[in-house]
Design a protein around this ligand. Structure first.
Ligand code: ZN
Length: 315
């Protein structure tokens, strides 16, 4: 079996409004779901993606003001890569700088990257590619033809890079496509979230906390394939969790040998499962078993709003 690529990436943050300001306000993503951590109802779970929150576009956060700061390192997604349409990189360089975000330029596999961090220190980068559908979501002065399409991929910081590479190839079904400047690149079959780079040297362990990625989820096409994946992961010697209903997808989790927490998530049912597609993310959505505690849960959460930070420039 071969995954089409990244389904979503989940990370930690502290201030929920600052989180919304960065991912919706700066990056122009759509807040497609505001819910809570089903295991900790005092913490938001915020999902940002394209207009529909399509698989391959979704970054999710558990913003918790009291959480400790993490350290990016081995056993984590080290860099989350966003992809924009061909030719849009100068627009983003100018926008990020205008919004006070310091940008570094890098190059791998012959591609130019803008590298920066979010307000918590989470490492991000933007690359321009022609493959992958353009986003239909336009917000904050970002025209749709410049908007983030979704993930280009990710850079996996492994404590045992040879093992991580073998899980990518032998379990997830990615194809090794090359090596450049100490990185090996793997390709999944989709056209978003499909290029995964792994530094070839083993990395020192990072520490989980705000500004770090908690896990990376890979796509399963449907529920039947998801069950086969679970079997496949077990055959490879890992101990996946049982299938867990995450409301918007089904999930299994396992930690690969390089220390990175992998999830496999189903494409269906998606974010229009419990609210209309045209008003995604506007209301706090709770799973049925939390509905009776809605008033209490809402009173415990800090208020958040999606707001424009920047009206765009004439450039
Ligand atoms: Zn997840």
């Amino acid at each position: 079996m071969q995954t089409t690529g990244i389904h979503h990436i989940t990370a930690f943050a502290r201030d929920p409004q600052a989180n919304v300001d960065f991912y919706a306000g700066v990056l122009g993503l759509r807040l497609v779901k505001r819910t809570i951590n089903f295991d900790a109802p005092e913490v938001y779970h915020l999902y940002f993606g394209d207009q529909a929150g399509n698989p391959g576009t979704i970054i999710t956060f558990f913003p918790w003001p009291d959480s400790r700061k993490g350290r990016v390192g081995g056993g984590q997604v080290g860099i989350t890569t966003y992809v924009v349409p061909a030719g849009a990189l100068p627009f983003w360089e100018e926008r990020l700088q205008r919004l006070g975000i310091s940008v570094m330029k890098a190059e791998r596999f012959g591609e130019a990257y803008l590298q920066f961090s979010d307000n918590e220190g989470l490492r991000l980068e933007i690359v321009a590619r022609s493959e992958g559908a353009e986003s239909e979501w336009s917000f904050g002065g970002i025209p749709a033809d410049k908007a983030i399409k979704g993930f280009g991929g990710a850079v996996l910081f492994s404590t045992k890079s040879a093992q991580t590479m073998s899980v990518l190839e032998d379990v997830m079904g990615l194809r090794k496509v090359g090596s450049d400047q100490g990185y090996t690149r793997f390709q999944a079959t989709g056209d978003l979230g499909n290029l995964i780079d792994v530094p070839e040297s083993d990395m020192e362990w990072g520490a989980g906390g705000a500004g770090t990625v908690h896990h990376i989820a890979w796509r399963a096409d449907d529920y039947e394939q998801h069950e086969s994946w679970r079997y496949e992961v077990q055959l490879a010697g890992y101990q996946p969790t049982p299938i867990i209903d995450r409301q918007y997808f089904n999930a299994i989790y396992f930690r690969e040998a390089g220390g990175i927490l992998f999830e496999i998530a189903t494409d269906p049912p998606g974010f229009a499962h419990d609210e209309p597609a045209d008003s995604l993310g506007e209301k706090l959505m709770l799973p049925a078993w939390y509905e009776k505690a809605r008033a209490e849960i809402e009173a415990n959460l800090l208020p958040i709003e999606v707001r424009e930070l920047d009206k765009g420039s004439s450039s």
